[in-house]
Design a binder for this molecule. Structure first.
Ligand code: FAD
Ligand code: SIN
Length: 528
């Protein structure tokens, strides 16, 4: 296949993309494209669970307040209300699809995570994402109106400038995608397109995110003309396993929610009381990650300890079977002693700017999930609000398309991908070198604690690499590695430019040059 035409094209087969697909498939023919395997996004890796107000002692107001406090007031309250009020229904739909959430008596078992003032996280043991991904995939695979194509790396969105009769309009008609098996570039057109391509975590050297989280959708949308916002708000999870071979294994926040304590290995003492005496280990992530970073730097440590062994072996094995088994395989028994942990990049709070219907700036293009910035997370995402956002906005975008179908014209004839001026790459090492370089300077200069000087250093390197990567892209046939490198660099640029624009410390953006909080919370919006 070198081209296809569907009613709606969805880029991404995670929680956001498949939720949208299942809603649209009621009446429309949908094509879902995924880079690599259909379960290669972050969704399948989610551990902790999904936040929702489900028990009588809890309220929407409390979940809204917790979200706004974690987000340091940068959240758009309208969005926060919109998402949180739809959470119970989203959980109901997942149950209908067969997600086997843990139960306690007649009710769902609710765990607790940092920043939440109630137990409100539904979960499937400590591997919630896998169960969700499998249930959504099964439903999508069984649906006659949904076609799923794995191994397709989308390169760029198709807009007016790709029409055979050039209109130059910003209208989006689908995407060009590299078939990873054949090496050919395919043209996939549609009346409407939904970007659901996940985050950009792999722009950092240490990240809990899967390999493909290279910000492709954010970069594609930016190049096509969409605004992006709050890209400086990169979330670092406090507790990623410290291990010389296994670099990105998350230790869920629910371990702290169920009694896990953070300990300085040098002093043997808990340290959160020095940083947040009221909330201790359950302070929001930005606070805990900065505290660990400070302890590591102050004492010259490689890691700190996370200890839940005092809860007893049965309790630990029952609540965290996946983590227990994984660690045991690496020679760490979490029922008998502490786990070495370090912070690592975890979530992209910023992204393609969308409204409550998932609409972007470009007609015909919607976005949902981690690639988007809906206003839910503000300056720091509250734990387990992210899958929820995928379900709510995946459905909102799909509903808006269905309700306004009469506005969506059929795509015009589109130029096929032009490969007449490129040859096969002669030096793959260039890609590896640049990729490593970006991830290292982003970690060192644009990490948990920032300064203007470090940000400017990063900007300087991005500018230099821009010429080199652009030149390479212009001369050689695309590969997934090259597509990802180009997008990583684009996202690094958006992150650094956004960080340089924010002259305060708010939420995840902490800079020694502007340690104060400004009185007014303002989004950092970049315009292409
Ligand atoms: P993803 O699930 O990341 O899917 C992205 C899709 O886009 C994939 O199918 C990918 O192949 C495709 N794609 C990407 N680029 C391209 C391209 N160029 N062309 C074609 N397809 C492309 N959140 C919670 O709420 N609760 C949790 O407990 C939780 N735990 C987490 C644990 C870990 C280890 C991680 C990394 C994240 C966790 N999160 C959690 C965050 C949450 O998992 C993600 O934010 C969420 O799953 C994102 O879903 P998504 O649908 O937006 O994207
Ligand atoms: C975790 O389980 O700690 C991750 C939860 C999240 O990212 O929301």
């Amino acid at each position: 296949m070198t081209s296809s035409e569907y009613d709606v094209l969805i880029i991404g087969s995670g929680a956001a993309g498949l939720t949208a697909a299942l809603t649209l498939a009621e009446t429309k023919k949908v094509l879902v494209l995924a880079k690599g395997a259909l379960n290669s996004g972050s969704t399948a890796w989610a551990q902790g669970g999904i936040a929702a107000v489900l028990e009588p002692g809890d309220t929407f107001e409390s979940h809204i307040e917790d979200t706004m406090i974690a987000g340091a007031g940068l959240n758009r309250r309208e969005t926060v209300e919109f998402v949180i009020e739809r959470a119970p229904r989203a959980i109901e739909r997942l149950i209908e699809l067969g997600v086997p959430f843990n139960e306690e008596g007649d009710a769902l078992h609710l765990t607790r995570e940092g920043g939440h003032s109630h137990r409100r996280i539904v979960h499937v043991n400590d591997a919630t994402g896998w169960a969700v991904q499998m249930a959504l995939l099964k439903a999508a695979e069984e649906h006659p109106n949904i076609t799923l194509l794995a191994g397709r790396s989308c390169i760029d969105l198709i807009t007016g400038k790709h029409e055979e009769r050039y209109s130059g309009s910003g209208r989006v008609w689908g995407a060009y995608a590299l078939n990873e098996e054949t090496g050919r570039v395919e043209t996939h057109t549609a009346h409407a397109t939904i970007m659901a391509s996940g985050g950009a975590g792999r722009v950092y050297q240490f990240s809990t995110a899967p390999k493909g989280a290279t910000g492709d959708g954010i970069a594609m949308a930016w190049r096509a003309g969409c605004r992006v916002s709050n890209m400086e708000m990169m979330q670092f999870h406090p507790t990623c396993l410290y291990h010389l071979e296994v670099k990105n294994f998350l230790i869920t926040e629910a371990v702290r929610g169920e009694g896990g304590q953070l300990i300085n290995p040098r002093t043997g003492k808990r340290f959160m009381e020095f940083y947040d005496p009221a909330r201790l280990e359950l302070a929001p992530r930005d606070v805990v990650a900065r505290a660990i970073d400070a302890e590591i730097k102050r004492f010259g440590l490689d890691y700190v300890w996370l200890d839940i062994s005092h809860m007893g072996a049965d309790f630990v094995k029952h609540h965290f079977p996946t983590i227990y088994e994984k660690l045991l395989g690496l020679g760490i028994d979490m029922t008998a002693g502490p786990i070495p942990v370090v912070p690592a990049q975890h979530y992209t709070c910023g992204g393609i700017l969308i409204d409550l219907e998932g609409r972007t700036d470009l007609p015909g293009l919607y976005a949902a999930g981690e690639c988007s910035e809906s206003g839910l997370h503000g300056a720091n995402r509250l734990a387990s609000n992210s899958l929820l956002e995928c379900f709510v906005f995946g459905e909102a975008a799909a509903r808006h398309i269905l309700d306004h179908w009469h506005f969506f014209d059929a795509p015009p004839p589109i130029h096929p991908w032009d490969e007449s001026r490129v040859t096969d790459s002669d030096e793959e090492v260039v890609i590896k070198q640049n990729w490593t370089e970006i991830r290292r300077f982003m970690w060192n200069y644009v990490g948990i604690v920032r300064t203007t000087k470090r940000l400017e250093r990063a900007q300087h390197r991005i500018n230099m690499l821009g010429g080199e990567v652009g030149d390479y892209y212009g001369h050689f046939r695309v590969t997934t590695d090259l597509i990802e490198l180009r997008n990583l660099l684009q996202c690094a640029d958006l992150i650094v430019r956004s960080a340089l624009k924010r002259h305060e410390s708010r939420g995840l953006h902490y800079t020694l040059d502007y340690p104060e909080l400004l009185p007014e919370a303002k989004d950092t919006v970049l315009v292409p």
